[in-house]
Design a protein around this ligand. Structure first.
Ligand SMILES: Cc1cc2nc3c(=O)[nH]c(=O)nc-3n(C[C@H](O)[C@H](O)[C@H](O)COP(=O)(O)O)c2cc1C
Length: 409
């Protein structure tokens, strides 16, 4: 259950607004719970006054810090320690669907409604975690914005709407406005429902709706499209890392010269100690040669079916960065693996160094001069297996300032 605690001078307003339809049902079904805290009850003043004149002059009255802070103290021990305390104010960050999704996972949310000219800043600074506005306009108080937040967050909680899928195509869910909808009759004042909606072809209807949503958003809210582009770019950036997996099965298809050049360019764009770039890349394309290499190591069998392989080597004659050749070549290898994934290719890092025997077998096979040492072989091809994304994040492996056994200090 999500508990809302609303601190206000006009609790009745909130109670009344939430006593209808879907939200009222959510309260009755104990999916959300609304606790109303009247700030006036906490006033020290014998007449229960909560407001006063503004220091330095200015019209209007300000709610005093004391009753707000004491009202907060009365609920502090009932809520989770780090629960959001949201002050509804036109100076806040604009509320949006993304933030609503974050808030729906909380167990407690405190909403603070100002009135008149607002609240003494010292109380806000003491208790508030987020200052939120519902739009670029001014209202008489924070009660209506609080109702907006409760409504918007509550409908995202499973069980509040009959069908949680109802949320999927709503405006703003994908930073797109929702397309227009129609109901009976088919013709109203000479205007007919679009034919496609009567066609019964679900795929066509979905595509039509997507297109309409896109056009509508482009015309009315182009800013939303920019927002979704940014989100797409961010997700894709991470995807390049998480979706890289070791791919060991390949289709009988070639890698083009353009793709190969991109892979090598990626390798040579890696960081290197003192920018020494003391790497060399040997490309193996010949099938017999790939089969030969696969026989040098039982763990390198996939080379038999690879479209090509790149042997990443370090040049020990380059004085600069000589001691770092393994690190430099590893960085280049990782760049090649990431680029391969980006190009839709499959790749796996096949270890060779630091094992002398494995290195020597490869040195002999490739006729490497004494100064050129092989680090690994990257086996590459068009993937014939699919692997799920990997996110190995383990917070126990992250230490702050100093090493500690449980990963934190
Ligand atoms: C230094 C090194 C040597 C590796 N050697 C081999 C190898 O000889 N054969 C192989 O099939 N995979 C090899 N791998 C790939 C790892 O097995 C693989 O990265 C690991 O199991 C994690 O799987 P993922 O790459 O799909 O995330 C090597 C990886 C590294 C970093």
């Amino acid at each position: 259950m999500l508990n809302f605690y609303v601190m206000s001078l006009f609790c009745e307003m909130i109670k009344n607004a939430l006593s209808y339809s879907i939200i009222n049902r959510a309260i009755k079904n104990k999916i959300i719970n609304i606790n109303l805290i009247d700030i006036r009850d906490f006033s020290n003043d014998k007449n229960k006054r909560v407001d006063d004149y503004i220091y330095g002059g200015g019209c209007g009255m300000l709610i005093k810090a004391q009753p707000v802070y004491d009202a907060y103290k009365s609920i502090k021990n009932k809520v989770k320690k780090d629960c959001p305390v949201i002050y509804l104010s036109p100076q806040g960050k604009i509320f949006d669907q993304e933030f609503a999704h974050k808030l729906k996972n909380e167990s407690d949310i405190i909403l603070l409604c100002g009135h008149y000219e607002g609240i003494d800043r010292r109380a806000i600074n003491k208790i508030v975690t987020h200052e939120i506005s519902i739009g670029d306009y001014v209202l008489t108080g924070g009660e209506i914005p609080a109702i907006v937040l409760i409504d918007c967050i509550a409908r995202l909680i499973p069980g509040v709407l009959g069908n949680i899928d109802s949320n999927k195509d709503e405006s703003f869910e994908n930073n797109l406005l929702e397309c227009d909808h129609y109901t009976r009759p088919e013709i109203f004042m000479d205007k007919k429902v679009p034919d496609v909606l009567l066609s019964g072809n679900h795929k066509k209807i979905r595509l039509w709706r997507e297109k309409q949503a896109l056009i509508k958003t482009f015309v009315i809210r182009p800013d939303l499209l920019l927002k979704s582009k940014k989100k797409f770019m961010e997700e894709n950036k991470m995807d390049m890392i998480f979706s890289r997996r070791s791919i060991r099965k390949y289709k009988n298809q070639e890698i083009s010269d353009e793709q190969l050049e991109l892979l090598l360019r990626a390798g040579m764009s890696a960081p290197s100690a003192m920018n020494s770039q003391n790497w060399e890349f040997i490309v193996i394309k010949n099938r017999e040669h790939l089969i030969e290499l696969s026989k040098l190591n039982p763990y390198h069998q996939m080379l038999k079916d690879a479209a090509l392989a790149i042997v990443v080597c370090g040049d020990l004659n380059k004085i600069l960065g000589e001691e770092y050749w393994i690190q430099n070549c590893s960085a280049a290898t990782q760049n090649i693996l990431t680029m391969a994934n980006n190009l839709g290719l499959g790749a796996v890092w096949l270890g060779v160094a630091p094992y002398e025997d494995k290195m020597q077998r490869l040195i002999n096979n490739l006729a490497l001069p004494e100064n050129i040492k092989p680090l690994n072989i990257i086996s590459l091809g068009v993937p014939d297996e699919f692997k799920n994304k990997n996110d190995n994040f383990d917070e126990k492996k992250v230490h702050y300032e100093k090493f500690s056994d449980d990963g934190k200090i």
